[in-house]
Structures are given as C-alpha cells and as structure tokens.
Design a protein around this ligand. Structure first.
Ligand code: NAI
Length: 429
C-alpha cells in the first residue's frame, strides 16, 4: 500500500485516483472545483465512464479514497503525487502549462523530500526535465496517460502499455511498482521521449482519421465507396482496421489540442511538420463539408428544423469538448436552421436538447447522424419517416443500414459513398 496524492479530479485524475484506490493504495484526490469535490464526496460521478462510479463508491466506503478542496493534503504526507490538471491550447497554439506550473510551485513547498512527482497531464517534450530542475532535489517522472474516454477504467486497469520517463532509474521503478497489479507491458525511457510518445500516438491517430476523411471526399468525386476501400486497406495488417471510418471530423479534449501543441513544438525548433499542419487543416474543413451535404439535399436551411442525432464527440462518452457535432450545429444555426439535438448521454448543451430520437425527428426536414452511438443503427425507420417534414438523413458516421433506411422512404446520404452504387455480387465467383 502506498500513499498517493492526485491533483485534478477530471477524467484522468478521477480515473487515476479511483483505480489506484481499487488496487489497494491510499489516495487523496484534490481539485480546485469545490462543487465537483462536494459531489465526489457523496460518490456522485457525472462523467459517463463505465465502472467509475462503482470504484469511487468502493474507495470512499472502504476508506482508501478521499476528495479534498485545495492541494495541500494531496502534496504533503504522500509517497507519490500525480499531476492530472488540464493543459489546454494557449493563445499561440502551444500547450498552456499554467495549471501544471501552479501545482509545481505548491509541490516545491509541500512535498516530502523522498516523494516522487509524476506528471500525467499531457505536456510538451522537455517539460518534465524543466520541472525536475525547478523542483530542488525531488524526483520528477513523466507517466503519460493513454486512456480512452468511455473506456477509462478498463484502460487504466488493463492498459496496453505503461510508459515511464525518468532520468533516475529508481524513481521509474517506484512508479512502475504502483502498476504491478495491472500486469501491463511497461516501457522506461527518458522524460522527453515519454512525453513525445503521448503526442506522437494521438497525432498519428488524428492523421489516420484526416487521411480517411480526405479519401472519403475523393471517393465521392470519382465514384468509389469508402467502406469498400477501407475494408480492402484493413486486410493489410500493417494498416489495421481501426480509425478507418470517415466522420464529421475528430474532436474531444485531446486530439485538437495535442495536434496543435506538437505542431507548435516542431515550429519552435524549426522542424517542418507540414504533415501535421495538413492533418489539422483537413479536419477543420469537415464540419463545413457536412453542412454542404445537408444543403445539397435541402437547399437553404434557413427556418428548417433539423434533428441532430448525437452531440458528444464520439460514442461512449458525454464529453462535448471540441465535439464536431457542435461545430456542425453552429454552422447550421448561423444559417438559420432550427435545431433539436438528441444524445443518449447528454441532457443539456449549447444547442436545444430533446429527450428522444422521435422528438428530434418530429417536423424535421432532415436528420443528421453525428455521433456513432450503436442504437442509431437500430431505429424504427418507417415511424421516423412518418414524423418528419421530409424523410432525409445525412449519416456522417456511415453507421445506418442503407437498405432498411431507404426502404422506409428515406433519402440517405453518407460520407464517401456515391449516391447510387451498383455493387457487384460475389455469388458464383
Ligand atoms: P479535466 O478538465 O477533465 O480535469 C482537470 C481537473 O483539474 C478539473 O477538475 C480542474 O478543476 C482541476 N484543476 C485545474 N487546475 C487545478 C489546480 N491548480 N489544482 C487542482 N486541480 C486543478 O481534464 P482531463 O481530461 O482529465 O485532462 C487532464 C490532463 O490529462 C490533460 O493534460 C489531458 O491532455 C490529459 N489526458 C486526458 C485524457 C482524456 O481522455 N480526457 C486522456 C489522456 C490524457
């Protein structure tokens, strides 16, 4: 059993705190947000993360997990401090490290000399080394977090890898020991390389998605089908099948800021990373592309009611941060559309939110599928068609069963698919 302080009780901090408590450690989780802490003390978790509320309740009940306002307790009288505060995009595109710096200032005053400071927030290469220089003798280690929202607990307890960057081996081993209950493959490297593993991974995934979105646009112009193209690609195990579905653009709390921050790092050392610039530019153009598809079917959208299916940036989460669904909604609202958004895990947001798909469809001139919630593939299509002013669907996740939807009388437009594709049959080959 170790004593662990976790600074920040958001997606990463709360998951880290609850999971380490579950693994048997004694954890104090601190946040500056009083209301968040008060709710967590009552075991109220407002993040949609399977298993997280249960682990929080278990930790509180068994006395291994506590939530506090202010960082003092989580920095003193502990063996490890995990920094899990936000690193948003700064004005110049680089990562804004002010929250991390604020924690470091407090940590320097309050941490016991033999305690290890672990930076779990996503920070640019070089940050951990600079923090170590400022921390006057404390061990400072980089331990980037790779959890996926919607799978946070599973990814923490059964991670695909634990990466630790440390300049002193003993500090790395002490941090790795905390994860010994997970059986995860581990990797020890320098702090700078560990920091870069995180950015390099997220930016690679963003690049893969931008590539597929650009391919989808090309398919539309030359009469190919993106579903068949990516299926063929994915049979090559060097490429793999994941992150090959087109969509309305990538979003969420990580990819947009991490791509900008890595580009900023490259620019700061005069490295031409135009591949990353193109990845970002391609993404920024996607919401507009979706709106053009809607206009292709409806003409001007002014005064028309449009139902949005899905508001979160991806299925499995209620996170609206940098959601492409909201970017599409904003463009449509600017053009005078009347919006009704439905998401199974979101009950309020910057667009009017309704409580069912049927409500979103009633009186609408079009439905837009914007988040890949699996239940959107299994709707009562004839019923929805009968509720709408015009039975039109734009499926930006290529999720819907084309035959059933069109049989119900819908005009359906998806991404990267020519309007009428005649599929050759494989029967008899
Ligand atoms: P979040 O916004 O969900 O939570 C951050 C928490 O830190 C908030 O509750 C905030 O009140 C608190 N906070 C801010 N300043 C503080 C301070 N000085 N002292 C104490 N608490 C403070 O952020 P999230 O998503 O957990 O991200 C944290 C870091 O982890 C970021 O660097 C992010 O890039 C990284 N990360 C996020 C992942 C995700 O899926 N959300 C995945 C992997 C890494």
């Amino acid at each position: 059993m170790r004593r662990i302080g976790v600074i920040g009780a958001g997606y990463v901090g709360l998951t880290t705190a609850a999971c380490f408590a579950h693994l048997g450690h004694r954890v104090v989780c601190a946040d500056v947000d009083r209301r968040r802490v008060a709710r967590l003390c009552r075991a109220e978790v407002d993040l949609h993360e399977p298993g997280l509320a249960r682990l929080v309740a278990e930790g509180l009940r068994e006395g291994r997990l506590r939530f506090v306002v202010g960082n003092r307790e989580a920095l003193s009288d502990v063996d490890f401090v995990f920094v899990c505060v936000p690193t948003p995009t700064g004005e110049d595109g680089s990562a804004d490290l002010s929250a991390v710096r604020a924690v470091l200032r407090e940590a320097r005053e309050l941490m016991a000399p033999d305690a290890v400071l672990v930076i779990k927030s996503t920070v640019p290469a070089g940050t951990t080394d600079r923090a170590a220089a400022e921390m006057e003798g404390h061990q400072v280690v980089s331990n980037p977090e790779f959890l996926r929202e919607g799978h946070a607990v599973q990814d923490f307890l059964q991670p695909q890898r634990v990466v630790v960057g440390a300049s002193v081996e003993s500090a790395a081993l002490r941090v790795l020991d905390l994860y010994s209950g997970t059986g995860a493959p581990v990797m020890v490297t320098t702090p700078t390389s560990a920091e870069l593993v995180k950015y390099a991974s997220n930016c690679f995934l963003a690049m893969k998605l931008s590539y597929v979105n650009a391919l989808a646009e090309l398919c539309e112009q030359i009469g190919a089908d993106i579903g068949d193209v990516t299926e063929g690609m994915s049979l090559d195990d060097r490429i793999g099948a994941s992150f090959l579905t087109p969509g309305p653009g990538w979003g969420g709390s990580c990819f947009p800021k991490d791509t900008k921050a890595l580009l900023s790092t490259a620019e700061s050392v005069d490295v031409d990373f135009s591949l990353l610039r193109a990845t970002i530019d391609t993404n920024e153009h996607q919401p507009q592309r979706v709106v053009e598809k809607v206009r292709e079917l409806l003409g001007p959208v002014e005064g028309r009611r449009i139902g949005l299916l899905g508001l979160a940036f991806k299925a499995g989460t209620n996170d609206l941060r940098d959601s492409p669904a909201l970017a599409v909604a904003e463009l449509l609202a600017e053009q005078g559309a009347r919006l009704a958004g439905y998401d199974p895990c979101v009950d309020h947001g910057p667009v009017p939110v309704v409580s069912s798909v049927e409500e979103a469809a009633t009186g609408a001139s079009a439905l837009l599928v914007l988040t890949e919630w699996p239940e959107f593939a299994e709707l009562d299509w004839p019923d929805l068609a009968s509720r709408m002013a015009r039975p039109v669907i734009v499926d930006t996740r290529n999720l819907l069963p084309r035959d059933k939807v069109t049989e119900a009388g819908f005009t359906l437009l998806s991404l990267g698919t020519p309007a009428s594709t005649t599929r050759p049959t494989t029967a008899g080959l």
